[in-house]
Design a protein around this ligand. Structure first.
Ligand SMILES: [Zn+2]
Length: 267
C-alpha cells in the first residue's frame, strides 16, 4: 500500500477517497435481456450436440468439413449466424432462431413469479428451448436433456417449498408431473407410434411439475393449449399438403409453448 496520505486525515477537509473500484449503482436483481446472448452459445451447443439420429454418437464437429465444435471456440459456429468457422456451412438451427427463443423466454420470466419459482421455470426453459430445436430437427427428445430438466425443476420447486411456500404446492407439483408424464406414456402404450413419444412423457415430467405448482387446473390448461396448438398447425400442414395423415409431427415444441402459455396466465 503506497497511499500513505490516505491514512492521515486532516480536520476540515473532505474525507479522503478510498482506493478501490467505484461502487456501481445497486439495481434489484433482474437479468438484463442482452445477457441472454452470453447464454445462447450454450443452448446452440446443446442442440448441435444432441440433434443426431438415435444410435448415433453426439456431434462433435461440422458435418461438412469436420472443424471441431466446442464451447472453447464458440464463435462463429455457435453464434447467431450459425456458420461453421472452417467452411461457412450452416450448422444447427437457422440463424437467429435460438437467440429469439431465448430472448422471448427471458422476457416471459421477467413477468415476475417469485424468485425460487422463477429459478425452477428458468432451469426448465434452459433445457426446453434446445429440446424444441432438437425435436424439430430429428424428432427426438434425448434423455440427456429431458432428465436433468425434470430433476432440476423438481428440486428447485422443493427449495421453494422449504423456503416458504410449504409442502402442499410441491406435493401437488410432484403428482401433476407424474400424472402428465403417465398420460403421455399411456398414449404410447395404447396407440404405439400414433401416440405421444416416451421423450414427450419425460419432457412432461418437468412441465407438469411447473404447472401443478399453481393448482390442478394449470396442467390441464397447459395440455389443452399444447394439443390445440399442435392440432391447428397439423391442420394447416394438411390443408397446404405439406404433411400427410401418416406424418409424424414433433410434439415437444407445442408442449413447451402450452406450458409457457399456461404459466403466463397464472403469473
Ligand atoms: Zn465446416
Amino acid at each position: 500500500m503506497t497511499r500513505s496520505h490516505a491514512t492521515e486525515s486532516v480536520p476540515h477537509q473532505p474525507p479522503p477517497i478510498r482506493p478501490g473500484r467505484p461502487r456501481p449503482p445497486i439495481r434489484p436483481g433482474r437479468p438484463r435481456p442482452l445477457a441472454v446472448l452470453a447464454l445462447t452459445p450454450l443452448l446452440r451447443y446443446a442442440v448441435v450436440r444432441h440433434a443426431v439420429p438415435t444410435g448415433t454418437s453426439r456431434r462433435t464437429g461440422c458435418d461438412a468439413c469436420g472443424t471441431p465444435i466446442g464451447l472453447d471456440r464458440p464463435w462463429p459456429v455457435l453464434g447467431p449466424t450459425a456458420r461453421c468457422g472452417g467452411c461457412t456451412a450452416r450448422v444447427g438451427p437457422p440463424p437467429g432462431t435460438v437467440e429469439l427463443a431465448a430472448a422471448t423466454a427471458v422476457v416471459l420470466l421477467l413477468t415476475g413469479p417469485p424468485t425460487t419459482e422463477l429459478a425452477a421455470a428458468a432451469w426448465w426453459l434452459a433445457f426446453a428451448v434446445p429440446l424444441c430445436f432438437v425435436d424439430l430437427a430429428v424428432h427426438r427428445l434425448p434423455d440427456r436433456l429431458t432428465w436433468p430438466a425434470a430433476a432440476g425443476t423438481w428440486l428447485l420447486l422443493g427449495l421453494a417449498a422449504v423456503t416458504g411456500a410449504g409442502s402442499e404446492p410441491w406435493l401437488r407439483a410432484t403428482a401433476a408431473g407424474l400424472s402428465l408424464a403417465g398420460f403421455f406414456a399411456l398414449t404410447t402404450l395404447l396407440l404405439g407410434a400414433r401416440g405421444f413419444g416416451i421423450g414427450d412423457a419425460k419432457l412432461a415430467l418437468g412441465a407438469g411439475a411447473l404447472l401443478g405448482w399453481y393448482g390442478w387446473a394449470t396442467p390441464v390448461l397447459g395440455l389443452l393449449l399444447a394439443v390445440t396448438l399442435s392440432g391447428l398447425v397439423a391442420l394447416g400442414l394438411l390443408v397446404t399438403r405439406r404433411a400427410r395423415w401418416s406424418s409424424h409431427l414433433p410434439f415437444g415444441p407445442y408442449l413447451v409453448l402450452g406450458t409457457l402459455g399456461a404459466l403466463l396466465l397464472v403469473w
